[in-house]
Write a protein that binds this ligand. Structure first.
Ligand code: AMP
Length: 302
């Protein structure tokens, strides 16, 4: 399909888990997403950082071939997120969200971004998501992620951008919160009535489910024994998912299912270390090896 545009947060995260803590580490939904997707396709990033953001962080993304011409560097502080996890690593507790330079961000997409066939509206203010979407010419696939902060804080703007997207990639708690529906199957169906015809619900260590054209598909998560920090798992998943779709010739059911498996495999690496540390050591052969293990995991004969 071709290249991929992403808008989302580029952040400095302070995160505590039962296994350690980091302060002002590289994070953000667009960062994890683009790093992950860069293993599969060309990624063009739209975001803003403050003057305090380190040049080293930018060069990490540049080394992966990520196009940063849509990244603005503004006066002020970079977006910061402070979060904590207990022993149930599936649930992040947000302690603070400092929008900083995102509060006044006016996205203006470089011309060469506007004709990309795929766009991912990663977790960020839905007003910005809609603004970026408006600047795109005619993408084949528009996908979106969001979180409790925006579901509670900007519900109307979120519902209005959702009506224009093809796919929603969201975690289980947020799918329940968005639909006010405890049953995930019903929640997925309800979301299709908001606009997206493809709904992917991530369930942390329990895997993911998808509904597309009324059909369900379920996968487990890669069976990891050591998880250090789940931050970014969802965005890394989305990067693998969209990256694989960008590489596919069509967006049929087989391509969507394959993309879910690659998304799950990419997320399994991120959670093995803090920040993007594990992704930065990742080799393409390791991705394929885990995909094979995944295939065995779900294979059975009748
Ligand atoms: P996840 O993949 O869901 O674990 O996303 C974690 C990333 O989301 C972190 O690196 C944060 O910087 C970023 N993040 C947290 N809260 C927000 C928010 N309200 N808007 C945008 N990005 C956020």
């Amino acid at each position: 399909m071709g290249e991929l545009v992403v808008v989302g947060s580029v952040a400095l995260d302070s995160v505590k888990t039962p296994f350690g803590a980091v302060e002002d580490a590289l994070g953000g939904s667009a960062t994890y997403f683009s790093y992950s997707a860069s293993f599969f396709t060309k990624v063009r990033l739209v975001a803003v950082v403050g003057k305090d953001f380190s040049r080293d962080h930018l060069s990490r993304l540049e080394q992966r071939g990520v196009d940063l011409s849509g990244l603005q560097i503004s006066e002020g502080q970079t977006f910061r997120w402070v979060g904590e996890y207990g022993y149930d690593l599936n649930e992040a507790h947000t302690l603070a969200t400092h929008l900083n330079v995102f509060a006044d961000f006016k996205p203006d997409l470089p011309q060469h971004y506007r004709s990309a066939p795929l766009i991912f509206l990663a977790n960020i203010d839905p007003v910005l998501q809609r603004e970026v979407l408006r600047q795109m010419k005619r993408p084949h696939l528009v996908a979106l992620d969001t979180m409790n902060f925006w579901i509670n804080g900007k519900r109307d703007a979120l519902l209005s951008v959702l009506a224009e997207v093809d796919a929603l990639v969201i975690n289980d708690g947020e799918a329940r919160m968005l639909t006010k529906e405890p049953n995930l199957i019903k929640a997925a169906r309800t979301i299709t009535s908001y606009g997206p015809k493809i709904v992917v619900i991530k369930r942390g260590e329990y895997g993911a489910l998808m509904i597309s054209n009324g059909r369900f598909f379920f996968t487990p998560a890669y069976p990891l024994e050591s998880v250090f920090d789940p931050t970014g798992a969802g965005d890394t998943f989305a990067g693998g998912f969209m990256g694989m779709l960008a590489k596919s010739e069509s967006l049929d059911e087989a391509a969507l299912r394959r993309a879910i498996v690659y998304g799950s495999v990419m997320a399994s690496f991120t959670v093995e270390d803090f920040s993007l540390n594990r992704l930065m050591r990742l080799e393409p052969e390791e991705i394929e090896a885990r995909v094979q293990i995944f295939r065995d995991l779900v294979h059975f004969e009748i």
